[in-house]
Design a binder for this molecule. Structure first.
Ligand SMILES: Cc1cc2nc3c(=O)[nH]c(=O)nc-3n(C[C@H](O)[C@H](O)[C@H](O)COP(=O)(O)O)c2cc1C
Length: 137
């Protein structure tokens, strides 16, 4: 059986997780930013395990002596690529996540139909992602 550790009980620390690794670069960046862009391939109808783990560990920013994660006038966007087009589950998850975090969703760009390396080249989603980025002031 595994247990959650809950040792992140001082969210005001620069890097609140007791594990010391590359999250120490992500915590200060998330605290300072206005927009978080989640960019990931579709793996088993969800975000990749790597990005899910990073999201789970953001939990440390809402524990202990004050919430530094939810709200704070932050925005988010989702950029994804996949072989197929089964994005329904990940959109449900993303919408719930935004609801919990109280970050405003700026939109998604979902590029399906990529089987081989380079398939994404010239696809309209690349322009959409560019326009989404450009629209952020
Ligand atoms: C572990 C794994 C799971 C995947 N699951 C899906 C899936 O559920 N649906 C889908 O359309 N593509 C799936 N794919 C294909 C990826 O979405 C596709 O390779 C991705 O668009 C390209 O990103 P990558 O080059 O980082 O793999 C999967 C690929 C891997 C490696």
């Amino acid at each position: 059986m595994t247990y959650s550790c809950y040792d992140c009980n001082i969210s005001s620390r620069e890097c609140p997780c007791v594990q010391k690794d590359d999250m120490d670069q992500i915590y200060p960046a998330v605290k300072e930013c206005d927009v978080v862009v989640l960019a990931t391939p579709l793996y088993y109808w969800n975000m990749s395990g790597q990005i899910r783990t990073a999201i789970d560990r953001l939990f440390a920013l809402e524990e202990g002596d004050g919430n530094r994660l939810r709200g704070h006038d932050r925005f988010s966007a989702l950029l994804m690529a996949a072989e197929g087009n089964g994005f329904d589950d990940v959109l449900l998850y993303y919408d719930h996540l935004m609801e919990h975090l109280r970050w405003k969703n700026l939109g998604h760009v979902l590029a399906g139909g990529n089987e081989d390396v380079g398939d994404i080249e010239g696809k309209p989603e690349l322009k959409k992602a560019y326009e989404l980025g450009k629209s952020i002031k």
